[in-house]
Design a protein around this ligand. Structure first.
Ligand SMILES: Cc1cc2nc3c(=O)[nH]c(=O)nc-3n(C[C@H](O)[C@H](O)[C@H](O)COP(=O)(O)O)c2cc1C
Length: 389
């Protein structure tokens, strides 16, 4: 096995192993990809204070997230088509998360179904809901997640319509891929991936096919989401969904203090400060830059998690020191999955754990729950100076 020291190592292997269409689906943002880029580059602007002569024994990265004990404050974010990055990808990622002691979130747009993942794991996972125009279908999804013992419902609020991602349109993204000439030429170099895919029956959207009337082949993601996702989702509907779930609710995709206040008012257990990994509103602030104003607005009322741009344990540490109670990672674990399946997801989590642990120690802290602003050097203009609306 190659020596993995960074998430970038896994990313390079992911690119070599997985068809271009699916690698590009993962590694892209919308339009100019400005927000996608700034999600990571803004983390780099924050520096750390090196502290010395502090007892560094008995360190711990363990804490809790939304009532769960976690070995590191990192949950696996919901990622559509995970089962196209590696055969049975959602099951493998959920197993890796369970062993590592972190939550796994299953996307509505997964390849393996809710029941598939529940049948192959024992730890409860989180289910991410996209609301569909077909209310009966949405209700059935919620019921299926309850029946599977999911311990939280993650309602994604930042994708009622799809941000335009040029690469997906140019690649003609479908699941499974359609056999056009460029796709065949690409697949010819991705034999390992292809053989594994032939060995599984899970190659379509497992939560959808067979569960939505008249949808037998949601081949084009863009066409399907345009037809099926509910563009009329508003706070009233969110409140109704929360009532139907009647359990822990995490509202994902909050980037503005006013929306954060609304989420807290509705009684969400947690929010995820997120711009969907730069895949929706290009030109929006990076999540880490949006975090301080959201902490000021609701930090004492609701558990604040953050995703978008996390590629290392140092990024996790920075988010925690700025007040987040935990983080989610998307691409960081998908690179691991695409590179090496379950082992790769574990390698991604282990890489992040080590970086977090050692960085924490070198900043003079022994416990992840003790991370605070004091360990950071944040540029004075970090949040940006914008004209009042
Ligand atoms: C390939 C891909 C697919 C995604 N699919 C979903 C999804 O189905 N539901 C959802 O709520 N978020 C989805 N997201 C967003 C992630 O949950 C998460 O917000 C994002 O990946 C965080 O940014 P990061 O990749 O920089 O960590 C997706 C992200 C990626 C990269």
């Amino acid at each position: 096995m190659p020596v993995i020291t960074t998430i970038d190592d896994l990313k390079r292997m992911h690119k070599r192993r997985v068809p271009k269409m699916f690698y590009d689906y993962c590694e892209s943002g919308s339009w100019t990809e400005q927000t996608f880029r700034e999600n990571t580059s803004d983390f780099d602007k924050i520096r750390l204070r090196q502290r010395v002569a502090v007892d560094m024994t008995n360190r711990s990265t363990a804490t809790t997230m939304v009532g769960h004990d976690v070995s590191i404050p990192v949950a696996l974010a919901p990622v559509g088509l995970t089962g196209m990055q590696h055969a049975d990808g959602e099951i493998l990622a959920a197993k890796a998360a369970e062993k590592f002691g972190v939550p796994f979130t299953l996307s509505t747009m997964s390849i393996c179904s809710i029941e598939d993942v529940a049948g192959k794991t024992t730890a409860p996972f989180w289910f991410q809901l996209y609301t569909m125009k077909d209310e009966d279908y949405t209700d059935r999804l919620i019921q299926r997640a309850k029946d599977a013992g999911c311990s939280a419902l993650v309602i994604t609020l930042d994708l009622q319509i799809l941000g335009q991602r040029h690469k997906d349109l140019k690649n003609g993204l479908t699941a499974p891929p359609k056999f056009t000439l460029p796709v065949i030429a690409d697949l010819a170099t991705k034999w390992g991936w292809g053989m594994e895919m032939l060995g599984t029956k899970r190659r379509f959207f497992g939560n959808i096919i067979g569960h939505v009337a008249n949808v037998k082949d949601p081949s084009s993601l863009h066409a399907w989401t345009a037809e099926q996702f509910d563009p009329a989702l508003d706070w009233n509907k969110v409140a109704k969904l929360m009532e139907k779930w009647d359990g822990k609710v995490i509202l994902k995709g909050i980037l503005d203090a006013e929306d954060a206040r609304m989420a807290a008012k509705l009684g969400a257990d947690a929010i995820v400060v997120s711009n969907h990994g730069g895949r929706q509103l290009d030109g929006a602030l990076s999540s880490i830059r949006a975090l301080p104003s959201i902490m000021d607005a609701v930090g004492d009322q609701v558990e604040v998690l953050l995703d978008s741009g996390i590629r290392s344990g140092q990024d996790v540490l920075k988010a925690m020191a700025m007040g987040a109670k935990g983080t989610m990672i998307g691409r960081a674990y998908i690179h691991g999955l695409g590179a090496m399946g379950q082992k790769g997801v574990t390698a991604a989590l282990e890489t992040i754990r080590k970086e977090l642990d050692i960085t924490m120690a070198l900043c003079g802290r022994r416990h992840v729950e003790d991370l605070d602003h004091d360990i950071l050097l944040i540029p004075e203009d970090f949040e940006g100076r914008w004209k009042e609306n």
